[in-house]
Design a protein around this ligand. Sequence first.
Ligand code: ZN
Ligand code: FE
Length: 254
Amino acid sequence: MRVEIVPCLRDNFAYLVSTDNRPECVVIDPSEAAPVERALERCGLTLTAILNTHHHHDHVGGNSQLKLSRRGLDVFGHTSDRGRIPEQTRFLEHGERFEVVGLEFSVLHIPGHTTGAIAYIVEGAAFTGDTLFAAGCGRLFEGTPRDMFESLNQKLARLPDETKIYCGHEYTVNNLRFAAALEPTNQAVARKLERVLERTGRGEPSVPSTLADERATNPFMRTDSAELRASLRLSETADAVSVLAATRAAKDKF
Ligand code: ZN
Ligand code: FE
């Protein structure tokens, strides 16, 4: 499998996903059409489908224009996003599998950021939109802290450690600085920040992360950490969902 990272807008990522031996690809979350068209041309790929992780404009903004010149294009999203994702033709449920461009994708429904948020899992990679970021998670616009807790720590956390995480935004440096503020002695956070600063300093994207990295560095997947709880002035017996809620509230003000 090949993943071409397509920076869009100010800090969004779209992704072209293809197999090495075929000239077609899907695009995940085309924020805008122009950079996606340029990437298709550069890679010599034709577009077969759009996969949207959720309905926000910075993830679906390119749908209509991409579809304009490709009438047969399928547009995938969660079933509950009917009417919110432009041009949607496929309405997915949690656990559903589908095949496109020779790749088998499976769907995890991961509400929290929005009610219709989904992740696409394919060949050892997870495209997580604005639910799981490298070292962070999306704001709780339509979900509860419990929704986000279950999405991150029960659904996504079940994937293997080596799963590559491709998220919707380049927020990694800021997220790691927040993680370091909550867990100043966490060496995995310090090392990852160093690595990511090196990469972004060269103008390269910080993605992909891995699920192992997220378990070690992402405060929203580290609700058991005694140091994180102490930083938030929560007791060692506080339940994990309220730890996630307090972490999210602190990040909103960071
Ligand atoms: Zn969003
Ligand atoms: Fe977004």
